[in-house]
Design a protein around this ligand. Structure first.
Ligand SMILES: Cc1cc2nc3c(=O)[nH]c(=O)nc-3n(C[C@H](O)[C@H](O)[C@H](O)COP(=O)(O)O)c2cc1C
Ligand code: SF4
Ligand code: SF4
Length: 263
């Protein structure tokens, strides 16, 4: 079967899971295209026998590019599956993307939610090698491989979009829209505060090439526009830790490699 596996990932948690799913499916002899979601990869989407989309939860919802991707799938009556990584709460994000897919006549056959270390808390609150770093990195789903096996087997068993929603999805109406908006505003206030320290930037252009939003450019020095998802990829992965957000991130943890030792 020809499977398109799209993933959105900032620091790397969702990419880590996407790669595991991809290798599981390849072992089952499926032809898998593993595609990073970015402004450019969600146009001219190739038709497949099945779609899988993975994303992190940012501000209790899915990144906008995930919705844009679903809108852009020019295909129908095909199975689609979703997985997300989150630190504490996903509200009804998977239900929302699933409903969006139904409008496109794609039917959801499987879903999976995994807890992973909070990449926002690491960058904003944890000094390197501190106790807070250890605590934040301690919180993630155990038995990830088994959960992925269950997810991949469901993908092929379910033939309709009658998937069972998680219990907390039914409680998400308890989160007022204002709380969601305030939460979102908390993060967007950081967007104008990104900068690169010119004295330590080695002009490698990694941040420019890898930003999912094409939000970073080089014009005598690294510059940030305001079309940012707060995915934090650039901040975590700059090789010289040149990228900072205001004075919130100096000497804080950079999460370069997913390392779930206790799994
Ligand atoms: C800007 C931002 C907002 C976040 N908001 C939430 C949230 O609302 N709920 C949650 O459970 N996790 C939240 N997280 C944590 C991420 O969902 C979690 O760490 C995820 O695994 C990151 O995946 P990634 O490394 O693929 O980007 C947030 C992270 C960031 C960077
Ligand atoms: S990734 Fe870091 S070092 Fe490389 S160009 Fe961007 S800011 Fe400079
Ligand atoms: S500027 Fe940085 S945080 Fe913003 S979308 Fe690009 S990579 Fe992500």
């Amino acid at each position: 079967m020809k499977i398109s596996l799209f993933y959105y990932s900032g620091a790397g948690n969702t990419k880590f899971i996407a790669k595991k799913i991809s290798s599981n499916l390849k072992k089952l002899k499926h032809e898998v295209s593993l595609i990073k979601i970015s402004s450019s990869s969600i146009i001219n989407i190739q038709v497949s026998d099945m779609y899988i989309i993975g994303f992190p939860i940012y501000d209790l919802t899915s990144p906008q590019l995930v919705d844009d991707l679903i809108y852009n799938i020019e295909d129908s009556n095909k199975p689609i599956s979703f997985f997300c990584t989150k630190a504490f709460a996903s509200a009804n994000s998977i239900k929302e993307v699933s409903e969006l897919s139904s409008k496109k006549n794609l039917y959801t056959v499987a879903q999976m939610e995994l807890y992973m270390p909070a990449t926002d808390a690491l960058i904003f609150f944890a000094k390197k090698d501190s106790f807070s770093e250890k605590i934040i990195k301690f919180f993630y789903s155990r038995n990830i491989d088994k959960k992925i096996d269950k997810f991949t087997s469901k993908i092929f068993k379910n033939k309709t979009n009658k998937i069972q929603q998680k219990w907390y999805v039914y409680l998400s109406f308890l989160i007022p829209q204002k709380t969601k908006d305030d939460f979102h505003a908390q993060y967007t206030k950081y967007i104008p505060q990104f900068y690169s320290q010119t004295d330590i930037c080695i002009e490698c252009m990694k941040c420019v090439k890898e930003c999912p939003r094409d939000n970073i450019r080089f014009d005598e020095q690294i510059k940030f526009e305001l079309n940012c998802d707060m995915c934090l990829h650039c901040v975590h992965h700059c090789p010289t830790q040149s990228i900072q957000i205001g004075d919130f991130t100096q000497n804080n943890v950079r999460y370069k490699k997913v390392d779930l030792n206790q799994n």
